[in-house]
Design a protein around this ligand. Structure first.
Ligand code: DX5
Ligand code: ZN
Length: 216
């Protein structure tokens, strides 16, 4: 299991130190939650901060766009240093264009899907993308509780991917911690995002180790 700590739950007064800490603690990716206050009822930050973060770390920047019409902003996030970019299927009428934009810069493209949205809406794009970001909470805020029903959704998508022999990975995001990560691992997740699960823990190293599902 790969682990992507989400800086949304970090202490921004010492953000450089926070990033260094998760880097030293074994994070595989750094998850950046971009919220526009329209697609989700919360606001975070834009390309200017992504650019600053890019200059603070060599970690791969896993940029989760929770913004409407992502096609209007994707290029700016790529210029700022985003490496993996996921956008929400619910937020655009031009998913093909978004995929094309991201791929033309040789970045990893992910399609994010919220808990109420059926997978039928994304099946046809799976062979063109690198990963699906399955939301395990309703997007908008960190520190929420994982919705238990999502476990069967992960199994369902994993089955589909295996049957069709696709190479697309499954990233899961929201309410994940060392106590529930095994279930997600068994259901078929490849990458876990954790905000509070890492940054609100007292020991980032053991939190990340636990999230990787490593046995001692
Ligand atoms: C939710 C975000 C998540 C979330 C992660 O909208 O996409 O990345 O903030 O934080 P936790 O792990 O605390 O739910
Ligand atoms: Zn996220």
């Amino acid at each position: 299991m790969k682990v992507a700590p989400s800086i949304i739950a970090a202490d921004f007064t010492i953000i450089k130190e926070e990033i260094k800490r998760v880097e030293d603690a074994g994070a595989d990716l750094l998850h950046l939650d971009i919220m526009d206050g329209v697609f989700v009822p919360n606001l975070t930050f834009g390309p200017m901060i992504v650019d600053a973060i890019n200059r603070m770390t060599d970690l791969t920047l896993d940029t989760h766009l929770m913004i409407i019409k992502p096609e209007n902003y994707i290029e700016r996030f790529i210029d700022a240093g985003a490496d993996w970019i996921s956008f929400h299927i619910e937020a655009t009428r031009a998913p093909e264009l978004c995929i094309k934009q991201i791929k033309s810069h040789k970045k990893k493209v992910g399609l994010a899907i919220s808990p109420p949205t059926p997978f039928q809406n994304i099946y046809k794009y799976l062979e063109k993308i690198d990963f699906v970001l399955i939301m395990t909470v309703n997007p908008g805020f960190y520190g929420q509780k994982l919705i238990p029903d999502v476990l069967t959704r992960i199994e369902q998508l994993k089955d589909f991917i295996n049957k069709k022999k696709l190479s697309c990975l499954i990233e899961v995001d929201g309410g994940i911690n060392i106590n529930n990560v095994q279930k997600l691992d068994r259901a078929g997740a490849d990458i876990v995002v954790a905000g509070a699960g890492v940054f609100k823990s007292s020991d980032y190293k053991s939190a990340i180790k636990g999230l990787k599902c490593l046995k001692d």
